[in-house]
Each structure stands twice: as C-alpha cells, then as structure tokens.
Design a protein around this ligand. Sequence first.
Ligand code: GLY
Length: 395
Amino acid sequence: MNPGYVKMETKERNETGLWTDEVIGRIRSKMAWVSEKNRDKIPYTTDENGNYDDRSDRNRSWRIDDGLNWWTNGFWSGILWLLYQDTGEDRYARIARISEERMDRCFSDFYGLHHDVGFMYVPTAVADYRLTGNEVSRKRAMHAANLLAGRFNPAGRFIRAWNDLENEDTRGWAIIDCMFNLSLLYWASEESGDPRFRHIAMMHADTVMQYFVRPDGSVNHIVEFDPETGEMVRSLGGQGYGEGSSWTRGQGWALYGFMISYIHTGKQEYLDTAKKVAHYCMACIPESGLIPVDFRQPEQPAYEDSCSACVIAGGLLELAKHVPASEQAVYRNAALRILRAIDGQRADWSDGCDAIVQNCSAAYHADRHHFTMTYADYFFIEAVYKLKNIGRLLW
Ligand code: GLY
C-alpha cells in the first residue's frame, strides 16, 4: 500500500476519533441536565422556549394514540439507557424506568396501541431487561410482543400497521417502519425459545423485500394488501412526497431494519437488501450532508429531516460492522459525513433547548417542519456511541 495513503488514512482516523470524543463529551454534559430537568416527563418535542412537552400529561387531552400511547414514547427511556451504558450511572436507569412504568396504562387502554409497540417497548422494557435483568420488564416486553404477533395477517404474510383511521380502511396496510418493530419479535423468540415470533418477523420481512423494496433500492412507505386474499392492491406515498417517491426516514427504517433482521437471523438476503438500500441512500446524500424529507422531493421548499439522517447513519454503521474489512470504510464514511453535518449545522448544544437535534420533519405534507424529536436525539446519540462501540445494540 502507498505509504502516503496509509499516513492520510491514519490522520483521518485520528481526527474522527477526536471529533467522536468531543461529541460524546457534549452528549454527556447536555444529557446530565436535560435528564434531571425532564425526569418526570415522556417527551416528544420542544416548545418555542426549548422546553420538552410531556406525552404522559393527564391534564392535557390527547387523541387515543398521541398521548401515553404515542409511538415515540419509548425513545426518552432509550436515550437514558444509552447514557446508562456509557456512564454506568444508576440515575439514568432510575429515570428510564419512570416512562416504562407509566406506560403500563397503555396495556389496559389497549385501543391506542398498534404495530409500533416495538418502538415503544424495545428501548424501554427490552432494554431494561437486557441491561439489568428486571423480570417485570421481561413480562411487559413479552406482553407487547404478543400484541405485535397478533397483528399478523397470514393471508398476506404481513403485520398490520395502524388501527382504523378516519375514512380509511387500513386492515390491509403494512408500512416500512415496521421493519424496526420486528426486533421485539426476534427478542421474544430468543428469550422464550419459541420460534413463532421469529417466523412471523421473517415472513413480514420477506413480504417487505418483495413488495416494498424497489430494484434501485428506494422503498415504498405504505403498501396495501387485500386483507382477505393477501394480494397487493397498491402502494401509497405516506409521509413522503407522493406515490413512487422516496421518504428518507422510510429509507432509514428499511436500511437499519433489514440489518436488524440480518443480525437476528443470519439470512443473507436481508444483508443484501440492506446494502441495496444503503447504496441508493449514499448516492442521494446531498453535498451538504443534510438529508431532505424525501429524496425525490422538489428542490423547493427545501424541507429537511435530521431524524432520517440519524436513522440512516445508524443503519450504515451497523452495516459496516457486518461486511468484510475492505468494504467497511464506504459505509462508515457516509455515516460520518451525515453525523458531522448534524453536529456542525443542526445540533443545539446550548442550555436554551432541551433537544440536541434540530430540523426534523414528521412528514413532507405536514403543516409543521423543522422541529425537534426525541427519537432524532436517540438515533444521533446511538450512532455516535456506535463509532466507539459503546454499549450493546438495543434492537
Ligand atoms: N413511524 C413513523 C415515523 O417514522 O414517523
């Protein structure tokens, strides 16, 4: 190998190491006060003053699925378990359990729960059980896994996504995001020794490979199947720009989600699919490193989604760990480009805002864009820790 190249590579590695250490230092300092300030909340986003809201606030009237049942409610606890793994400080475990225990009411409410029980209970109950052996957490997670398995439609071999929506028959709807929820099913099989959960997860993942992932590596957000016959009916644009477009968070759920399926099953096609989605994403990353809401959206308005950016980066880093050494740099460098763009241009490290990652968007056609989301912080922190191999994979 050219000695000049080796020198340059070593220099780059040292610089990346320094940058990663600095960012980890900033994460530790910021989360030390953010966690104490918000210990009794289950936050989703910040208000105009930079203060976190509280999805568990019983004095506010929420819809059935956006209060305590809100799909992102596990991520606050997830952030705290990430910090617990990094620092070993018990106070992070204690705060994480406040959400986990509060969310028990979701099981008795039942109606607001849907396929996102994976997002809700993996970073809470599964994380708690895996890291501390808490038996009550195991029971919660098993309960959630059974609810998720119960949404499987054997005719179409898919997991039903949402419950009934106003004016929409969603009985046959599956969505790309569910690739992440599958980790709850893999955990349940590994923990109980009962392969049913894994079988369901793999049948769903196989359906997604067939009907969601396009030949170029872009993905559909929503696919509708006939709930009686299981035949595909149509695809929908969902939270992206439109039908046939490429919602970036969906790209992230697919990339990282297929990696999760590969890690738990060893099925080569899942790794190959993750690579295909990764290469498509890498080809679409803009020069700035900042990620739009949809890779196929018009140039204006230039809506961004920093949350997608962090999910994609996490998927790329996980992929880098499971390919031969000669292939790793391409995925790791793409992830680094994204994370450095977030740190340099879209991170708020001040005490003026409870959240770190700015400029997230839930959906292209939503009224509101460029706000904060706890799960963007979760995926940012998780990705930075991956660079240093801090903690175990929670998914
Ligand atoms: N799971 C829905 C989303 O990514 O917004």
